[in-house]
Write a protein that binds this ligand. Structure first.
Ligand code: NAD
Length: 508
């Protein structure tokens, strides 16, 4: 991809610019403006357009999402190339988890959004509201600020914007300063495909731009690290606006003695190393029951050995498994965690060092002999490391899996599916997979979110779109009396009758 200066449509031209690099090569591939100063006017423009959009029937809004999906299909190759260039992903990661996962989001919200937001007729709950009819309707919040991280710019930033739009909001999207180019490419394409420009505006910039957005929008959908999420939540609390937070993770995998070790090892290698481990729900730590620990480690080292990193060339289908890292400070964190484990006595079976040459590479790494005093078991690594810890039994595995401030995803491997599900229920996390990992993210009918410090709220399912609305309850009185029982003036006789009737009802 050649270097470009991308100025989101309508942006002023005299602002400081931010260089964007290809992390696999270190080459500068584009620049975007710092739009912090324009955030208030972007939000005002979005707000002006929102009421007309909300007035359109939801079926029409959904139909537009189908049109956008067709554009995305036509421009698949450009989106893949751009994503790879700014993130360092492999071809398969870009096509499956950015392009097709995003197509899945467009299809899901276009098809199911209306059902999740339909007016609900609610039966009166008791005699105190007898004769009234209740309808709950969902009203869009106005302008939603979507703030995104750098690891999946399309699936996360744009993916979270789609339900907000279907629900009748306008969106101002702030992509990560590390990976803003594909977002801009897709948004421009959407405009060509018929999305009114002001409904989805892009504010490029760093943390200050995100903070300015939180100061002006009506709701914030934030995905990123837990420390930044706390700042966003604190400011949103001051402004009394709703916020949905998808934050960091330290996801455990438990391998029981009766597991299919081949499957467990291949799953750990795939879902721990995909995108170089830079996924919020990557397998970050593995607990293995003692009798199968050594056999599992052998399988894991073999599986990791089969995973190929790519060099600094343009990736094609099937030529690599593990991409480069994306964010320079992240490589330092991985180095710190591995060095800490090594100093405290862990064994490194494979990997354990920064890759050679330009670009941000770190070797896929398997560590054993680790414990919960080590950084690699306590802090989010967000890198291609797989620390494995031996445990006595399933109880110890569950205790250690829960010994974390995080609670995003988790997994259990066992051939006994009932036992797997029972153990899943004991793990305090937003989601748990049995004999699988990560793919629950794509089960869009089910909520996906984090427990504990991994987040507040959820994406996907009914929660994933209702959060972009506020309920309005409409109560219609059907009795048509001049004066209802219990209205002023009070009378001793009516009060006594009412009291007796209600006491009989509630005393049942
Ligand atoms: P980050 O918190 O550094 O940045 C996220 C976004 O917030 C960026 O766009 C950044 O510019 C912006 N930002 C920074 N300071 C801000 C402020 N004060 N106010 C508002 N916005 C601000 O995170 P990152 O390094 O981009 O992403 C990696 C983190 O994201 C990891 O912790 C990872 O686990 C997490 N993540 C979570 C999920 C999930 O679904 N739970 C998904 C992907 C990534």
């Amino acid at each position: 991809m050649s270097a470009t200066t991308s100025a989101p449509a309508g942006a002023a031209t005299d602002r400081p610019s931010i260089a964007v690099e290809n992390p696999a090569t270190g080459e500068v591939i584009g620049h975007v403006p710092d739009m912090t100063a324009e955030v208030p006017s972007l939000v005002a423009r979005a707000r002006a357009a929102q009421s007309g959009w909300a007035a359109r029937p939801i079926a029409a809004r959904a139909e537009l999402m189908h049109a956008l999906r067709r554009w995305r299909d036509a421009d698949r190759a450009r989106i893949v190339a751009s994503t790879i260039a700014e993130t360092g992903k492999t071809y398969e990661d870009a096509i499956m988890n950015e392009v097709f996962a995003f197509a899945d989001a467009l299809a899901y919200w276009a098809k199911r959004g209306e059902g999740h937001l339909r007016d609900e007729r609610v039966r009166p709950s008791g005699p105190l509201v007898l004769g009234r009819r209740f309808v709950v309707r969902r009203r869009p919040l106005g302008v939603v600020g979507v703030i995104a991280p750098w690891n999946y710019p399309v699936t996360l930033g744009l993916g979270d914007s789609i339900p907000a739009l279907v629900a009748g909001n306008a969106v101002v999207l702030k992509p990560s300063e590390i990976t803003p180019l594909t977002t801009d490419l897709v948004v421009r394409g959407f405009r060509e495909a018929g999305l009114p420009e002001e409904l989805l505006l892009v504010a490029t910039g760093r943390g200050d731009t995100g903070a300015a957005l939180v100061d002006h929008v009506d709701m914030v959908m934030f995905t990123g690290s837990t420390p930044t999420g706390r700042k966003v939540a604190a400011r949103a609390a001051e402004r009394l606006i709703p916020v949905s937070l998808e934050l960091g993770g330290k996801d455990p995998m438990i391998v029981l003695a009766d597991a299919d070790l081949d499957r467990a090892a291949n799953a750990a290698a795939t879902w721990g190393l995909l995108n170089s481990g830079q996924i919020c729900m990557s397998v970050e730590r593995i607990y293995v029951e003692e009798p199968v620990h050594d056999a599992f480690v052998d399988e894991l080292v073999a599986a990791v050995g089969r995973a190929r990193s790519r060099g600094a060339h343009v990736p094609r289908p099937g030529d690599a498994d593990v991409g480069s890292m994306t964010f320079p400070p992240q490589v330092d964190i991985v180095e710190r965690h591995v060095a800490d484990a090594r100093e405290r006595g862990a064994r490194i079976h494979t990997g354990g060092r920064r890759g050679d040459g330009p670009g941000l590479w770190y070797e896929p790494t398997v560590l054993t002999g680790v414990d919960h005093d080590m950084l690699c078991m306590r802090e989010e690594t967000f890198g291609p490391t797989l620390p494995v810890m031996k445990v006595r039994d399933a109880d110890e595995a569950v205790r250690l899996a829960n010994d974390t401030t995080y609670g995003l995803a988790s997994s259990v491997f066992t051939k006994d599916l009932a036992k797997g599900e029972a153990i899943a229920r004991r793990i305090h996390a937003g989601s748990t997979a049995v004999n699988d990992a990560l793919l629950q993210f794509l089960g869009r009918n089910a909520p996906f979110g984090g427990a504990k410090d991994s987040g507040v709220g959820a994406r996907h399912g009914a929660e994933g779109i209702r959060k972009y609305t506020e309920p309005q309850t409409i109560m219609v009185s059907r009795l048509g009396l001049k004066r209802d029982i219990g209205w002023f003036p009070n009378s001793p006789r009516v009060s006594r009758l009412l009291e007796r009737g209600l006491a009989a009802y509630y005393g049942r």
